[in-house]
Design a binder for this molecule. Structure first.
Ligand code: AMP
Ligand code: ZN
Length: 112
């Protein structure tokens, strides 16, 4: 499948890996928006949050356990943000479900 994140998971494209298990893979964003910027993706190709249903939602709960673990390892005890962009208006650029962990600086709200 011609998917950037599937290729990263398969090791066909190099990445700065932070965590891996049988269900998910986490790596540092190539264009970090904060001192900590990590992407957590399911190994299964799911296009976005909009494609989550009862057949594939279990991995999302697992990913959020992993997010909490990574945040502790990264020292984000003062808080951080988890973001998932969806589709064209959501500014999603890679059509493989991913959760951004962004931290290490004060965030702004509302998002742009
Ligand atoms: P989104 O715009 O929400 O779809 O997020 C895609 C993210 O993937 C962006 O923050 C990019 O900087 C990041 N990205 C694109 N290519 C790579 C890559 N080869 N390795 C790591 N991160 C990447
Ligand atoms: Zn994919």
């Amino acid at each position: 499948m011609d998917c950037l994140f599937c290729k990263i998971i398969a090791g066909e494209i190099p990445s700065n890996k932070v965590y891996e298990d049988d269900q998910c893979f986490a790596f540092r964003d190539i264009n970090p928006q904060a001192p900590t910027h990590i992407l957590v993706v399911p190994k299964q190709h799911i296009e976005s949050v909009d494609a989550i249903d009862s057949t594939n939602s279990a991995v999302v709960g697992h990913i959020f356990e992993v997010i909490a673990k990574i945040a502790k390892e990264e020292g984000l005890e003062n808080g951080y943000r988890v973001v998932s962009n969806i589709g064209e208006q959501g500014q999603q650029t890679v059509p493989h479900l991913h959760f951004h962990i962004i931290g290490g600086r004060d965030m702004t709200w509302p998002p742009g």
